[in-house]
Design a protein around this ligand. Structure first.
Ligand code: ZN
Ligand code: ZN
Length: 252
């Protein structure tokens, strides 16, 4: 044994002394991670990625459970009005433990949840990479500067930053902007959501021309915000857009 190995305390002893314990990022129960994971053995399975059938354009699962054997084909909404992105990767459905984590990240200032959630998304993308070319830049759906000042952070940006650290990708917060403040989308019907966010983004054409982009949002419901943001990227000349969504509502 080398002198260095001799001096290093054995892992078993550190575990027995509780020195490797951490609190689960979701339920806060102390546990000893075996591989550096942030969630306890009870919570980790509750945060497993959704791997069922879904629309390949908007990530929407089939309306009835009987449809789950059907191959992934675009839903009627996407066939009638194709979205302005090439591909989508949805981590999970907006329910249960994932919904709880995202609500706490967004509304309770629990920024410590961003790194483990971004890490889960990074693992999912490594296991199931998007079909588009590797991204030149990663962006998060931005907030209006007034909104950002009030909340103090943008949860989508925090998730994107964690993802980019894991995958060593360039995060850009200077290429896509909110040009006007909009009402919260929650509580609006689909048509009013579209009108609410229409023309509310601007993108930098000089740096986005021919760029392959990943755009991340924390939650997707009708997709109207993502459509408005991606339309701005498209107008700025983006070559391809992969939309990354941490959680998708199971229905519009
Ligand atoms: Zn837990
Ligand atoms: Zn669809």
């Amino acid at each position: 044994m080398s002198a260095r190995g001799f001096l290093r305390p054995p892992l078993r002893l550190l575990r027995r002394l509780g020195l490797l314990e951490r609190r689960c990022a979701h339920c806060l129960t102390p546990f000893t991670p075996l591989h550096g994971e942030a969630f306890c053995p009870h919570c980790l399975p509750l945060l497993a990625p959704y791997q069922g059938t879904a629309c390949p354009r908007c990530g929407l699962p089939p309306a009835s459970p009987g449809d789950t054997d059907a191959p992934s084909v675009p839903c009627g909404h996407c066939l009638a009005d194709p979205p302005p992105w090439e591909s989508i990767r949805v981590y999970g459905l907006y329910q249960g433990a994932l919904r709880d984590c995202l609500l706490r990240l967004k509304f309770s200032g629990e920024l410590a949840l961003a790194a483990p959630l971004g890490g889960l998304l990074a693992q999912r993308l490594q296991a199931c990479p998007p079909p588009c070319p590797a991204p030149d830049c990663v962006l998060a759906v931005p907030q209006h500067p007034d909104h950002l000042r009030e909340r103090g952070y943008n949860q989508a940006h925090e998730l994107a930053a964690a993802l980019c650290r894991e995958l060593r990708l360039p995060l850009r917060h200077d290429l896509l902007h909110r040009t006007r403040r909009v009402q919260p989308q929650a509580g609006l019907d689909a048509a009013r959501r579209v009108a609410n966010v229409r023309n509310s983004f601007s993108a930098s054409p000089h740096q986005l021309a021919d760029a392959h982009c990943w755009l991340l949002d924390d939650v997707m419901t009708t997709g109207s915000t993502a459509r408005a943001a991606c339309s701005a990227l498209r107008e700025a000349g983006a070559a391809s857009i992969t939309l990354l969504v941490m959680a998708r509502t199971p229905s519009r």
